[in-house]
Design a protein. Structure first.
Lengths: 240, 307
């Protein structure tokens, strides 16, 4: 179980010297074996929350507990080794590092073709066409995104943080993506997304606005709120 | 002259050789011929007027390789060798020409290979050159190679040059003239550390119609080392040329990249790209999120980059 207790994160505007809250007093609990989707307008702090969970950013105040252990001060490496796994919103490119090498770095061991095939086919890619290719600009945005997810699968773990996994992936491939989530169903999965079809796969939905979750509940009730609003207007939901 | 342990290690590092190779070879050690095998397909002949060899590949010889490694295991020695390669029409060969210096003395050791290639029509050569130096002495380990390449119609030359450590100073010059439909491909990788200096200089003239050149240099500079990359690409016909210099800087190192392109012919299309900087923070973050430490992540990025 992953618990966020009173998490705040603020930055100082270099020009004005004013402190700006990105996240304010966030209390959330993510249970094991649950897929939670975080949604909400741009700039509401969703990606910041993911970065804080992975340890890329340190909260200004508050604490994060993983299975009862305070992990707030753990480094990225230590969190990764404890089972935190992230798929970036914008995959990183590496000159010279091949898909095979990246998957091996992720899994921490040498992988044979069968293992790589298993991993890449789960995101709709054929290993034969990809393992020797460099993870660089020669791959399309959608291919990089799929490889990013394959890397997360190869690494494995207990907590999966997926930041807009659907971005750049064509609509026809959503089925692949949904299968990836199903595969992770016994883990703690936190997905940032704006896509209705992704939200539909979640057990719980968290709606962010401004700097904190404004609504949090089971998919059915949250989905009702989201879809009944005219133009899916965020403000209306908050007022609701 | 027998092959000792140091020789074996150097041969393995520079030429993937475990002992004496099969096929054609010429092994030179401390300015002397150590071993040679010449055959009818690939003939190796000592020069009469100066130190060096002629390597003559008969027309049509395919899928053969030649090893011409050079070893330097003494200090206070400056070895200059002139090797000329004559590659017959339609031949297709791999030439492995590494050089290893082991200098444990306080005096300098230097090897300068002056190599000239003449490729006839439709000949293809893959030329692999690895430079490596070891030995704890304060004596410098220096390579100042000069490579001249003449490509006739339809010929293709691939130069894979790698310098992965220990070389105190290098000033490498490569000159090429590329004929009609001929192609030059260069893949250069350099790693420098401490106070090492590496200078590479390319001058490529695309004289033939539909000639091509693709030069990619990847370098990593650590410590207080300095690297200078210069390229001068001249398009004298309808041709395509591409030069790319990517450098990763670590600690207090410095990389200077000076690419020059000169489209003399209005149908010439020439491109240069250069990027020098630290390892991107997001690359380290990604790898650390896979469980690597910062140092392991840095090493993985560098290994991949120089792969």
């Amino acid at each position: 179980m992953l618990e966020l207790k009173n998490i705040s994160y603020s930055v100082k505007d270099e020009a004005t010297g004013k402190v700006q809250d990105i996240l304010k007093n966030v209390d959330l609990t993510f249970e094991d074996g649950t897929i939670s989707a975080i949604t909400g307008p741009n700039g509401s702090g969703k990606s910041t929350l993911i970065k804080i969970l992975m340890g890329f950013l340190h909260p200004t105040s508050g604490a994060i507990f993983f299975n009862g252990e305070d992990v707030t001060d753990l480094s990225v490496t230590d969190r990764a080794r404890k089972g935190f796994t992230i798929a970036f919103q914008q995959p990183v490119r590496f000159k010279g590092i091949t898909v095979q090498k990246l998957l091996e770095l992720a899994s921490g061991k040498r992988m044979d073709t069968d293992a790589m095939c298993e991993c890449l086919s789960s995101v709709g890619l054929c290993a034969r066409n990809y393992i020797g290719r460099a993870v660089d600009g020669t791959l399309s945005g959608g291919e990089l995104k799929r490889i990013e997810l394959a890397t997360a699968i190869a690494k494995g773990g207990e907590v999966f943080l997926l930041d807009e996994p659907e971005a750049g992936i064509d609509l026809w491939s959503f089925e692949d993506l949904v299968k990836v989530f199903e595969r992770l169903h016994d883990k703690t999965v936190i997905i940032v997304s704006h896509q209705q079809r992704i939200l539909e796969t979640a057990d719980k939905i968290v709606l962010f606005e401004n700097d904190s979750p404004v609504s949090f509940g089971r998919k059915e009730e949250m989905f009702d709120k989201l879809t009944k609003r005219p133009n899916l207007c965020w403000r209306n939901i908050k007022e609701d | 002259m027998p092959i000792d342990k140091t020789d074996e290690q150097l041969l393995e590092t520079i030429a993937d050789l475990h002992g004496v190779p099969e096929g054609s070879f010429n092994i030179r050690k401390n300015g002397q011929l150590l071993a040679r095998n010449s055959n009818t397909d690939i003939e190796i002949v000592s020069k009469k007027d100066k130190d060096g060899i002629d390597i003559i590949v008969k027309p049509g010889v395919k899928n053969k390789s030649v090893h011409i490694p050079v070893l330097l295991t003494v200090g206070d020695f400056h070895d200059t060798v002139y090797n000329d390669f004559f590659i017959g029409e339609n031949a297709d060969v791999t030439i492995i020409a590494g050089c290893g210096i082991h200098n444990a003395t306080c005096a300098d050791a230097e090897h300068d290979g002056i190599h000239t290639f003449y490729l006839k029509k439709n000949a293809r050569v893959r030329y692999v050159e690895r430079h490596y130096a070891s030995g704890g002495g304060s004596g410098k380990k220096v390579f100042d190679p000069v490579t001249k390449i003449h490509l006739a119609e339809g010929a293709q030359f691939t130069l894979e040059s790698t310098q992965l450590g220990g070389v105190t100073y290098t000033d490498r010059k490569t000159y090429a003239t590329v004929g009609d439909r001929a192609q030059l491909i260069v893949k250069e990788k350099i790693l420098t550390d401490a106070e090492e200096v590496a200078i590479t200089d390319f001058k490529v003239r695309l004289t033939g119609r539909d000639s091509r050149a693709d030069i990619v240099s990847r370098s990593v500079a650590r410590g207080k080392s300095v690297q200078k990359f210069r390229s001068d690409l001249i398009g004298k016909n309808a041709c395509f040329g591409h030069v790319e210099c990517d450098g990763i800087l670590l600690e207090g190192a410095r990389i200077v990249s000076t690419p020059r392109i000169d489209a003399v012919d209005p149908e010439a299309s020439l491109v240069h790209e250069a990027a020098v900087g630290k390892i991107a923070g997001e690359q380290l973050m990604k790898l650390m999120s896979l469980g690597l430490t910062e140092q392991e992540a840095e090493d993985a990025v560098i290994r991949g980059f120089l792969n």
